[in-house]
Design a protein around this ligand. Structure first.
Ligand code: GLN
Length: 676
């Protein structure tokens, strides 16, 4: 174990800090000798991790025994914890800005709540009698971050949401080829309970008898078929228990009880009612028998039907049909909470490994085979439109649940029992629509360069930085190829940064005539920056006559920028230039928005607080100009020098004064005095 005395100086230099020291330092508020155990806990909670997370048990136990942690204690704790703790502090979990994400989803939930159209499933009393107003949502990321709202912890009937999981279980047990000898993988374009089958081509190596198979495992015919395949040698209750345990593993259940997650409940009354009213499903069962592809053992006639008085002939009821239907009805009658289903969906999103127990429940291959079928067929005969619009594999059930899988990111489950005519939850669909119009989640969103929709996979400041920084840096160094590429990607080359500085400003300031020409030829309009300066003002200061001439030709306002610097103060402190340009812009965006959590994450990643951009602006300039006193204090305590100078020679204090930020000005002046 490393043992070092960390001095104040040492900890101020990000270049020499170790990983653990960076993490510790990012959490410090005023003292560098200790951090509070609570602030570590709170940081983990605010990144979406749950206090009852199975993986955090030991860590929280340890933290409960301490108020304060020294760097040595902290290092020991971090080294013992799993990597995701470190990732949480550095903002590297699946959704780095979980707080921001949660606030936006809260908003969507509130909007969707007003939707009260749709009808409850009415074919059986236990579904017809549920409270129609219930509405819950849970989102769980592949790293186990949890968002939930409303009735997310209410058990409800999973109904058809079980179908993808049954399909996975059958694939794991029998292999994909064997499963598809019995059921297809084609969209049916029909209602979920339709009685038609798919005619398989004979040359596909399938024997004559089994040429009529259900279209896919997501509609009733296919799901009954799939149920018929699962552990068909076992007794009925053993089969159901087997399935419940597999579902349990998907949602984080552990046999030894250590994860505090229970096995999903089985609602016997629901299953009885499904059986009473399920004539259509019975018909499907016999249809599958008639086509000869429901596996069965020859002639097991239930001899307990009329044991005492044999009739003219012994009426034969095929046991395989009964067993398949019994298991199908039973699994549909399993109850889960939205949080459980979201976890199961997150397990799919995570390639078959449960995010919290870290156990592999399904093989990657199984998940990869299953997701396309969910995507094509999961929303019944509305699947095509749903996929075109939402672009995610999703499965619904008449119990009012719908889950969505965002591969490698998260699982989502919405529960609200009013259904549309397809049998899909009305609010479930509305939630999915709104989520995908706010966030880049559609599987083909990689093709889009959207500046309106957010990418939940990147911190909000980085997302803002990435929308403008590349074009501005490229302009500032005369890199025309990058600008050409950005143009063909339909990037907005007029977009400005936190100071309203645009590519045209930087090209003008640095004297890159070719870039200015290129931008103007492509209709990029000059815009004013924070100080009211147009690009021409930059060209004038830099005495770039060619550029002045070019810019003069187009009509723009020519207000002169107002930069104010304090004449008596001549001291200069150095800022630093770092290679990772995007992180610099991210830091400055975070500072301009008072996003201390974001700044902490950058500090935890080793980004120096006084890194500067193409205009020599630093985080302190931005925090001061915007009047964010908390950020100013954090930066100063973390060693940000006072007399850093931007392109126009202004210090952060000059900026605070110019923008009349009295609190910040007073604070910076007092620090200034003390340091003299
Ligand atoms: N138990 C229901 C049935 O088979 C499930 C249907 C559904 O959720 N779409 O009819």
């Amino acid at each position: 174990m490393r043992k070092k005395n960390i001095t104040h100086n040492k900890i101020h230099s990000s270049a020499t800090r170790s990983r653990e020291e960076n993490l510790f330092y990012s959490l410090c508020d005023d003292s560098f000798s200790h951090i509070s155990a609570n602030s570590l806990k709170e940081t983990l909670m605010s990144s979406g991790l749950q206090p009852d997370d199975y993986r955090l048990k030991e860590l929280f136990h340890e933290l409960n025994n301490h108020d304060q942690l020294s760097i040595q204690m902290f290092t020991k704790i971090i080294q013992k914890s799993e990597l995701f703790v470190e990732k949480a502090l550095r903002g590297e979990l699946a959704i780095p800005d979980f707080k921001d994400f949660s606030t936006r989803v809260d908003q969507i939930y509130d909007d969707v709540k007003s939707k009260i159209n749709g009808e409850l499933a009415s074919y059986i009393p236990p579904l017809a009698e549920v409270d129609p107003d219930q509405f819950g949502i849970a989102i769980i990321t592949k790293d186990g971050q949890v968002y939930k709202k409303g009735q997310a912890d209410v058990d409800f009937s999973i109904q058809s949401m079980c179908k993808p999981f049954n399909y996975c279980i059958a694939i794991e047990q029998l292999g994909i080829e064997e499963v598809h000898r019995h059921v297809g993988q084609e969209p049916s374009g029909r209602f979920f309970d339709d009685l038609s089958l798919l005619k398989q081509e004979k040359d596909a190596g399938i024997d004559d008898n089994s040429s009529n198979v259900p279209f896919n495992p997501m509609i009733n015919a296919g799901a009954i078929m799939t149920a018929g395949l699962i552990k068909d040698q076992l007794r009925d209750n053993e089969r159901l228990n087997f399935v419940r345990e597999q579902f349990g593993k998907l949602i984080g259940w552990k046999q030894d009880g250590s994860s505090n997650i229970d096995l999903p409940r089985f609602n016997k009354e629901m299953a009885r009612q499904e059986n009473f009213k399920g004539y259509n499903n019975l018909a499907l069962g016999y249809l599958l028998m008639a086509t000869g592809n429901l596996p069965h053992k020859k002639s097991i006639c239930p001899d307990d039907i009329y044991p005492e008085k044999p009739d003219e002939f012994e009426f034969y009821i095929e046991n395989a049909v009964i067993k398949a239907l019994k298991l199908y009805f039973s699994i549909c009658s399993i109850e889960m909470k939205a949080t459980d289903v979201a976890m199961a969906a997150a397990t799919l999103a995570n390639g078959g490994v449960c995010p919290v127990t870290q156990e592999r429940v399904l093989s990657q291959e199984t998940v990869r085979k299953c997701l396309p079928v969910i995507q094509m067929c999961g929303m019944y005969n509305g699947s095509g439109k749903f996929f075109q619009e939402i672009g995610l594999p999703a499965k619904s059930g008449v119990g009012g649940g719908v889950f969505l899988v965002v591969p490698q990111l998260m699982g989502i489950c919405i529960f609200s029992p009013r259904l549309d005519p397809h049998g899909n939850s009305v609010r479930g669909i509305a939630m999915a629509q709104k989520l995908t119009s706010k966030y880049l989640l559609h599987l083909f969103d990689g093709l889009m360069t959207s500046t309106e929709r957010l990418d939940p996979r990147v911190p909000i400041s980085r997302w803002r930085a990435s929308s403008c920084s590349e074009s501005i840096w490229a302009s500032s160094i005369g890199d025309i190829r990058t600008l050409q590429r950005l143009l063909s990607e339909q990037r907005d080359l007029e977009a400005g940064d936190y100071d309203g500085r645009t590519p045209l400003h930087l090209a003008a300031a640095e004297g890159h005539t070719e870039i200015v020409k290129f931008l103007l030829d492509n209709d990029v309009k000059p815009r004013p920056d924070r100080w009211g300066g147009y690009p021409i003002a930059d060209a004038i200061v830099g005495k770039h006559q060619d550029i002045i001439n070019l810019l003069k030709e187009i009509k723009t306002g020519l207000s002169l920028p107002v930069h104010i610097t304090h004449k008596d103060d001549q001291k200069v402190d150095n800022s630093v230039k770092i290679e990772d340009e995007l992180s610099v812009i991210e830091l400055l965006w975070a500072a301009s928005e008072n996003n201390i959590r974001g700044i902490r994450q950058l500090v935890a990643r080793g980004v120096p607080v006084h890194a500067s951009d193409y205009d020599d602006r630093t985080a302190l300039h931005l925090a001061a100009a915007e009047g964010h006193i908390e950020t100013v204090k954090y930066l100063i305590t973390h060693g940000h020098p006072l007399h850093v100078r931007d392109r126009w020679n202004a210090t952060p204090l000059d900026e605070a004064r110019r923008e009349k930020r009295s609190k910040v000005s007073a604070y910076l002046s007092s620090v200034h005095k003390k340091s003299n």
